[in-house]
Design a protein around this ligand. Structure first.
Ligand code: ASP
Length: 451
């Protein structure tokens, strides 16, 4: 770290922007958005769609959604410079390759254990509760028809999926700039964000080997990191309002009906996510770091509500970096490394959800999976959790890939699309909390001289 470089923490997104802490404001925004949205959904069901009040309400939904997306875009627009600078600086600050390797291996260890546990919980619950057997055939066909078009989009993307060898090779980008261009919307030729991360890692490693480790290039990276955090600081000021708009648009459009129809599926997914969040993480945190789980949850609450409101691990990355440094007091070279890699590579909630969806739909379609296929679903869900882009709905194309590989019709994903948005919010909370848990565990065992 350069002595002259400004402290990124100084320009981090603010935790307090007035009388209330940010997470309280975002939470209030969530509540207001949800209550208004449900009210509007109820009112629209009673009104004549052509009447003036109905048209005003429909217009309010059409206005709220883009307003909410302004915030998401402001954050996403600086995610790439942030990932690049944070990862390169993280590696540089770890100092030498052996430390990078040690931190990398520990990260991999916790990621693998937590992802496997997550999928195991999901798959176990689907087996025990049998949610797929409880969905009437008529409802199944109705839902498939209703969401046919969106299902088709995900099936198209899934069909473009590459072989495992090609996917692994594509982690090494031929052209990092091209990967950066398509990393957020998934249109890159190679592996998108994973390829950008690989490039940033190699860049950071090479930087440690250059003679002048505190020179101009390092100061540029520091500057880039700080600028990205300042932009995100601006965006966070409108986060409570934006989150209210996003939730309003979702609840006003979907209402509660769909949750009732897919009650058993939603219950299974939520139960699995809650078990992992409130049982597995506390045990892991307590065992590997000695921290009190309640303190951990209090410290990471800003990141949890941001993840819930945005459904995006990438959009929550800056807040996660801030809470890791300011609240959890983790060494920043470790938090930068683990959280930046984890925003794409460690998605416990997504892995759990993928296992639940695939087995649920297998039950719905009466596809019997033998034990080998079930193990394949578990392993593929773990891998899909690593490859999923940290953006809203990022996992859907990969779920179709896993479904197709075990003989469940890909179009069946249409059945769960109506509730996916809400469950996306919940699994993203787990994804982000998981990154912070891994960072805490990696730091808990770090050498005192690691920084
Ligand atoms: N929305 C999730 C995330 O950003 C990814 C997904 O499961 O769709 O972490």
């Amino acid at each position: 770290m350069t002595e002259s470089a400004p402290s990124p923490a100084s320009s981090a997104p603010p935790g307090h922007t007035g009388r209330f802490p940010l997470h309280t404001k975002i939470f209030i925004g969530l509540l207001i958005g949800a209550v208004l949205g449900l009210g509007v959904n109820f009112a629209l069901a009673q009104l004549d769609p052509q009447s003036l009040p109905a048209r005003i309400l429909t217009t309010s939904i059409a206005v709220a959604e883009p307003l909410g997306k302004v915030f998401l875009r402001l954050v996403l627009m600086v995610v790439l410079p942030l990932v690049f600078s944070a990862l390169a600086l993280g590696v540089l600050e770890l100092g030498d390759l052996r430390k990078v390797g040690r931190v990398g291996l520990r990260t991999l260890f916790f990621t693998a254990i937590l992802s496997l546990t997550a999928v195991g919980i999901g798959v176990g619950l689907v087996g025990a509760l049998q949610p797929g057997a409880k969905l009437p055939d008529a409802k199944r066909d109705e839902l498939r028809e209703k969401y046919a078009q969106q299902a088709g989009e995900n099936v198209d993307k899934a069909q473009k999926a590459k072989s495992v060898a090609q996917t692994l090779l594509d982690v090494i980008p031929e052209n990092p700039l091209q990967e950066m261009v398509g990393a957020i919307d998934g249109s890159s030729k190679g592996n998108g964000m994973l390829a950008v991360m690989f490039f940033s890692l190699v860049f950071g490693i090479a930087l440690t080997a250059t003679p002048d480790r505190t020179g101009t290039l390092v100061r540029c990276l520091e500057g880039l990191f700080d600028v990205a955090m300042v932009v995100i600081g601006f965006a966070m000021r409108i986060a409570p309002f934006a989150v209210a708009c996003l939730i309003y648009a979702i609840t006003a459009t979907l209402g509660l009906d769909i949750l009732r129809t897919l009650f058993w599926f939603v219950l299974t997914a939520l139960l699995g996510l809650s078990l992992h969040l409130f049982v597995v993480y506390p045990i892991v945190i307590w065992t590997f770091t000695g921290r009190k789980p309640l303190d951990f949850f209090r410290d990471v609450s800003d990141a949890m509500v941001t993840a819930f409101g945005t459904s995006s691990s990438n959009a929550t990355l800056p807040t996660a970096l801030r809470v890791a440094e300011e609240k959890l007091k983790l060494p920043r070279e470790i938090s930068r490394f683990v959280l930046t890699v984890g925003a794409t590579g460690n998605q416990n909630g997504t892995a759990l959800y993928e296992g639940v969806v695939v087995l649920f739909l297998a039950q719905v379609f009466n596809v019997q999976l033998d034990i080998g296929q079930q193990i394949a679903v578990v392993l593929m869900s773990v891998l899909a959790g690593i490859g999923t882009a940290g953006v809203p709905g990022g996992s859907l194309p990969l779920i179709v890939v896993v479904m197709s590989s075990v003989g469940v019709p890909g179009e069946g994903i249409g059945i769960i699309l109506g509730v996916d948005r809400v469950l996306d919010m919940c699994r993203t909370v787990l994804n982000v909390t998981g990154d912070l848990a891994v960072a805490t565990c990696v730091a808990g065992r770090a050498d005192p001289d690691a920084g």
